[in-house]
Design a protein around this ligand. Structure first.
Ligand code: GLP
Length: 265
């Protein structure tokens, strides 16, 4: 894993955007895996700004979102469909037929299973995910893969942990009772097949989950810890999210050396 610790949220968002833009420049068609939540908002703002300056073109991009709540109208302001429209899709030029995101309004189990299989097939049909953006939950979840998710799990229906419902209540006027309890999420196994992953985390409330994911044992109790086995993952942290890391100085030293080498090239 490459672990990049920078001072601020703004800086990690900028570096993440640079990685996305460079990856897009290296290929004709990119398949992006996208995340929601407050963490990637700064990254999306930067991508929108670069798109508006004609620095990046999304017309050949295909996007697959990680997850969606079950039991909300797609137009609900807190559905991840609405989130994506507001923060990214409404502002850039990814053609709508190239935007894949689970629907929030299917509740029939058979239909959900059918959808999940289809989603996996579509990811394969597009050649797999080239670059997967991730956030992390306070309990170490990725997507909506909560503790106990198999590290080989695929896209499926999951139940949110109490801590996730409480954390996400901030988007629902702090009304815990209206936060959906279930979701459709890509599995940990699905995420692990992405060619590259970038996980972003900021703020002190993520420090414990970040330390467990990076330095703890690989365990289904902390689904993000599976990334220790991923061959090409970059973790971008602000100073607060990094504060519980035992080997923080080493990670900073590695990054500093890499930067020095890059400037010599
Ligand atoms: C949400 C999403 C995750 C996200 C995480 C952190 O529940 N399902 O994909 O990474 O929790 O959210 P936030 O960025 O708002 O802290």
């Amino acid at each position: 894993m490459e672990i990049i610790v920078l001072e601020t949220y703004h800086e990690i968002s900028q570096v993440a955007a640079e990685i996305v833009v460079r990856s897009m420049q290296q290929t004709e068609k990119i398949v992006l895996g996208l995340a929601t939540g407050s963490t990637p908002v700064g990254l999306y703002q930067e991508l929108v700004a670069r798109y508006k300056k004609n620095e990046v073109d999304f017309s050949n991009a295909v996007t697959f979102n990680l997850d969606e709540y079950v039991g909300l109208e797609p137009e609900h302001p807190q559905s991840y469909n609405s989130f994506m429209e507001q923060h990214l899709f409404g502002e850039i030029n990814v053609p709508i037929k190239q935007q894949y995101i689970p629907p929030s309004n299917i509740s029939n189990l058979k239909e959900i299973d059918r959808f999940c299989l289809w989603y996996e097939e579509e990811i394969q049909r597009h050649g797999g995910i080239d670059l997967q953006i991730l956030g992390i939950g306070v309990d170490g979840h990725i997507g909506f893969n909560e503790s106990s998710s198999s590290l080989q799990s695929r896209t499926r229906l999951t139940t949110l942990a109490r801590s996730t419902i409480e954390a996400n209540a901030k988007f629902f006027d702090r009304q815990i009772d209206v936060v959906p309890k279930m979701s459709i999420t890509m599995g940990v196994g699905t995420i692990m097949e992405a060619k590259r992953c970038i996980l972003l985390a900021n703020g002190e409330n993520k420090a414990k989950a970040v330390a467990n994911a990076i330095e703890g044992p690989i365990t289904a109790s902390v689904p993000a810890s599976a990334l220790q086995m991923h061959p090409n993952t970059t973790i971008l942290l602000d100073a607060s999210a990094a504060k519980n890391l035992k080997h923080l100085e080493y990670y900073k030293w590695v990054y500093q050396n890499k930067r020095e080498l890059e400037t010599q090239m």
